[in-house]
Design a protein around this ligand. Structure first.
Ligand code: LER
Ligand code: MN
Length: 271
């Protein structure tokens, strides 16, 4: 069964980004539970910035699942990426992502690689960048497998990466890795820009789809843009997807309204 989730961002440097709840883990969890979400996705400044005992208490108290944990602070705060031309920076990127995997993995939760994938350009050819990406994903997938969790790789739109923009090409690429547990995060906002047909993009991902960012065309909460979520929900059901539809959306007009709009849309399309 597809489960609902909502994002909680704890990264001051990411202010203005597409996250529903901000700054306060306890308040975000309480509101998520009150609205009936199944889980929360946490975007931390780093693993040490989240009190693990407090998070576990909040999840238990509110009967929430821990859907996923983002690594974007590695890029936003520390400018690290898996395809940086500097080997030292690539190694630091791997270490940062490992630290998130080691925080979330024992709780059964996957880490997300989105902006930390980086891009090719300048002196770095596409072939070289993809080689570094594969090296990183193989090492990090192996690391995640020690905790029996997948690792989530997120194709982004063309303005954020030039590595993989569409789900089908990313799924084909992930099948070339030496590890099998790297799955796709299908973000409907990026797909709306890049896919000829979002539902077909989901079908192209097939069994590689491991997480969904559930949002609308304008990156506001589902239902506040012009995306038709019905065929997308049907495609997710068709591929047998049973992960989270997680709201990574702007807190527009405010966090509570965005969260309420999301859960209403979730219930309309998935229940
Ligand atoms: C970035 O645009 C995004 O969608 C995030 O989920 C990546 O970290
Ligand atoms: Mn996303």
């Amino acid at each position: 069964m597809i489960r609902s989730s909502v994002t909680i961002a704890l990264v001051p440097e990411a202010k203005g980004g597409p996250f529903v709840f901000w700054d306060d883990l306890a308040a975000g969890c309480a509101k998520a539970a009150e609205l009936g979400f199944d889980g929360v996705e946490v975007f931390p400044r780093g693993p040490e910035a989240v009190d693990k005992a407090q998070l576990q208490d909040l999840l238990a108290q509110h009967n929430l699942q821990f859907a996923a944990m983002g690594t974007g602070a590695g890029m936003v705060v520390h400018q690290l990426s898996l395809t940086n031309p500097d080997a030292d920076i690539r190694a630091k990127a791997v270490d940062f992502i490992k630290s998130i995997i080691d925080f979330a993995g024992p709780l059964g939760t996957p880490a997300i690689i989105g902006s930390m994938q980086g891009r090719h350009g300048g002196d770095v050819s596409k072939e070289r960048a993809l080689d570094w990406l594969s090296t990183g994903l193989n090492e990090l997938g192996t690391h995640a497998a020690q905790h029996n969790v997948p690792l989530l790789y997120e194709p982004l739109n063309r303005y954020e990466t030039n590595l993989f923009n569409r789900i089908g090409e990313a799924a084909d690429y992930l099948r070339t890795l030496s590890v099998e547990n790297v799955q796709i995060l299908a973000d409907l906002f990026h797909m709306n820009i890049e896919e000829p047909c979002i539902a077909q993009g989901i079908r192209d991902g097939g069994d590689k789809v491991g997480h969904v960012h559930f949002v609308d065309s304008n990156r506001q909460a589902a239902g506040r843009g012009h995306m038709d979520h019905a065929p997308i929900a049907a495609a997710l059901t068709e591929i047998g997807y049973d992960g989270f539809a997680s709201a990574e959306a702007f807190p527009v007009p405010d966090s509570d309204t965005a969260a309420k709009a999301t859960i209403d849309a979730f219930n309309k399309y998935f229940r």
